[in-house]
Design a protein around this ligand. Structure first.
Ligand SMILES: C[S@@+](CC[C@H](N)C(=O)[O-])C[C@H]1O[C@@H](n2cnc3c(N)ncnc32)[C@H](O)[C@@H]1O
Length: 290
């Protein structure tokens, strides 16, 4: 607890990240990551493998953007820094471990950015949502974009906060969670560079004997095309969230997300229909985020 308070106080975060709660969420992710280090190891290794495949097939390696870079555990930073002229770590907040990870690597930069464009709305300074992708997509030197396990996380805080705002805001943004997930995917689709997507899609509660007791959608009903790799991520061993069950996430990696979308031409309509029909539900699950 003391370490968390110290991290909150000493991290050079923007006032916005403190006021929206992004800093608090990042500190709690760091703390959970420390406790679950061993359980998360295989998941992180799978993520590194997918990113390495994405890097291998590239003709040019000028700039690599890492969206949702967080603590830089899911991406092999040494490999990226070695292969690319420039690596830009993008997150709403960068804790000390992320800052240290880039230390001594002159071609690694950090950029603070709210990838949902909702900060001004949440802080009552705007009535709509911004588009953070316009500037990112405008950089012609970008050859690889990695969306690093942030897709299922982006909507959590905005949905939670707008639920506490005035009723006109609540009404106008009743589908905010799904809009955020869809906007992120639409933003990725706008890059001409290769896009490598890492995300979890479902949370599964598993009891002590390994029996599944509940399954939740983590992507607001939005369906994705078949992934290049799928695996289980042991997010919370028994005792981390609950005494009687563990939490496992279904995780996925797309080496080349544009190619996966092109291979799944009917998928877009199906995904849209599935979301409209609420096939997977759209309940945000705040407590369970990694
Ligand atoms: C599961 S973590 C990703 C872990 C990270 N890829 C790593 O290797 O440690 C989700 C990340 O999404 C970031 N995030 C959540 N909301 C965000 C937002 N609105 N804009 C940018 N990043 C956001 C969090 O700060 C967190 O670092």
């Amino acid at each position: 607890m003391l370490a968390e308070i110290l991290a909150w106080v000493t991290t050079p975060a923007t006032l916005d990240a403190r006021r929206t709660g992004h800093l608090t969420a990042a500190v709690s992710l760091w703390s959970r990551g420390m406790r679950c280090r061993r359980a998360w190891g295989p998941h992180e290794a799978r993520c590194h493998g997918v990113v390495a495949r994405a890097v291998e097939g590239l003709e040019r390696r000028r700039t690599c953007l890492v969206l949702g870079s967080g603590l830089v555990r899911d991406v092999p930073l040494a490999l990226l820094a070695e292969r690319f002229e420039r690596v830009v770590l993008i997150d709403v907040v960068h804790l000390w471990p992320a800052r240290w990870a880039g230390r001594g690597r002159a071609n690694v930069e950090r950029r603070h950015l709210d990838l949902t464009g909702t900060t001004d709305l949440l802080l009552g300074r705007a009535t709509g949502i911004g588009d953070p992708f316009t500037r990112l997509c405008a950089d012609p030197s970008v050859d690889l974009v990695i969306s690093a396990n942030c897709l299922s996380q982006l909507a959590l805080l905005p949905v939670e906060r707008t639920a506490r705002m005035s009723s006109p805001v609540r009404r106008r943004f009743a589908d905010l969670g799904r809009r955020i997930v869809e906007s992120h995917l639409a933003g990725l689709a706008r890059f001409s560079a290769r896009v490598c997507l890492l995300t979890d899609s479902e949370g599964i509660d598993v009891d002590a004997s390994g029996v599944e007791i509940e399954r939740r959608d983590l992507l607001e009903g939005v369906r994705l095309p078949p992934a290049d790799e799928d695996w289980d991520w042991d997010l919370a061993p028994i005792g981390e969230y609950a005494a009687d069950h563990a939490i496992r996430h279904r995780a996925h990696g797309w080496v080349d997300f544009h190619a996966a979308m092109a291979r799944d031409p009917g998928g877009r309509a199906r995904r849209r229909r599935g979301a409209d029909e609420g096939m997977l539900g759209s309940r945000p699950f705040r407590e369970e985020g990694p």
